[in-house]
Design a protein around this ligand. Structure first.
Ligand code: AGP
Length: 367
């Protein structure tokens, strides 16, 4: 049993630390590292589809939300996305020439499967981004994009999330290439960044634990936590909040940083930690000004940024976690690591059962 966890105390920790290895395997399946090219050949012809629909639940849905930014930005493809339990009933006017992607670790989630069947009935080409290749969703989809994360035992999804992101990034890049919305050099640069990712993840995992452990002792005392981010860091803020509430039972919300003043700012006082996810990207200055608004109301700021962001921000934070500065396409995967570890260590510190949190099942096969 211990051997299965490779000497880690919990499956969740083992799965967090496995990410460099499994992401390398997943990427190796879709990109040619020597040639910096991408190959996601399937029956879905992204060059000719007018739009993409994405449906999934929980963490898989949040991976899909990040992928929406990529498909829209790089491939200029509009993406319609919703949680599967809404998607299947919304009566969305979906053009039958569109492609639809279903993201699911287990491949058995009832609402995601129902969304897949709904799209198939309407003539859309369907693709399954799954971890379990023998699953129902994989069997019923026209194309299967395995994420190759290996078995995920911890109920809180970690390595499946980053592998889903890695595979969705390669799909967005290959769609962009097919549609001629990026140059050959841009493709090379994007693929080159993806190829560097496992190594950077390994470095981050080896260095941030002491910082995170310290911080998790503070978080463990809190009743509520707010996560903020812009761009792809917004779905990541929601993922951070989901992870924390699932295993520590601390109430947490993820918000788009720009929405702060439209409501949640009213919650901020000296008891409210505000975790700001801010790589030094084109949104950085705007996110920092939202962070200043929270700090001015007494919010205790925990900034997760990179070396460039740390140098640029003058704000006195309660804590700053500094990651290496990386290209925008891989930032969501790299910034997932402190978010996962923060939830993990907080829950362990509180004595919670991190692998099997109360009321949750690994796979939700009923509506
Ligand atoms: C993630 O930490 C959750 N336990 C949950 O949100 C999960 O991602 C969701 O139930 C979807 O599962 P699936 O990927 O197997 O479809």
């Amino acid at each position: 049993y211990l051997a299965d966890k490779r000497n880690h105390r919990h499956f969740m920790k083992k799965e967090i630390y496995e990410q460099p290895e499994v992401i390398a395997r997943a990427l190796g399946h879709y990109i040619n590292i020597e040639g910096n090219s991408v190959d996601t050949a399937s029956c879905i012809d992204f060059a000719s589809v007018p739009s993409v629909a994405i449906s999934a639940c929980g963490t898989a849905y949040l991976a899909g939300l990040i992928a929406k930014y990529w498909f829209e930005r790089y491939a200029r493809l509009p993406v319609e996305i919703d949680v599967a339990s809404e998607f299947r009933y919304r009566e969305i006017p979906l053009p039958p020439q569109s492609a639809a992607l279903f993201i699911s670790q287990s491949g058995e989630t009832a609402d995601t499967l129902a969304s897949l069947r709904y799209c198939k009935e309407r003539g859309l080409k369907t693709g399954a981004v799954v971890n379990t290749r023998e699953s129902t969703i994989a069997r019923e989809a026209d194309a299967v994009f395995p994420i190759l994360a290996g078995p995920e035992i911890g109920v809180a999804s970690t390595k499946a999330f980053t592998c889903q992101l890695a595979v969705l990034a390669t799909l967005a890049i290959s769609a962009a290439k097919a549609r001629g919305t990026v140059t050959e050099d841009e493709v090379k640069a994007l693929v080159g960044s993806l190829a560097e990712m496992p190594c950077i993840m390994g470095r981050v995992l080896n260095s941030i634990q002491p910082d995170i452990e310290l911080l998790s002792r503070e978080l463990a005392k809190c009743r509520d936590v707010l996560y903020l981010g812009r761009g792809t860091s917004f779905p990541l803020a929601m993922e951070g909040a989901l992870k924390l509430k699932e295993i520590s039972y601390i109430h947490a919300e993820g918000y788009a940083a720009g929405e702060l003043k439209h409501g949640p700012i009213a919650l901020i006082d000296e008891n409210m930690p505000v975790i700001v996810i801010a790589p030094h990207d084109r949104f950085f200055n705007k996110t920092v000004s939202n962070m200043e608004e929270a700090a001015a109301r007494g919010g205790r700021i925990i900034l997760i940024t990179d070396e460039k962001g740390a140098a640029a921000s003058k704000l006195d934070t309660m804590h700053t976690i500094v990651l290496p500065a990386v290209d925008e396409i891989i930032a969501p995967m790299i910034f997932s690591l402190p978010i996962q570890l923060l939830a993990y260590h907080t829950a362990v510190f509180m004595g919670k059962d991190v692998d099997q949190p109360r009321n949750l099942a690994k796979s939700v096969t009923v509506e």
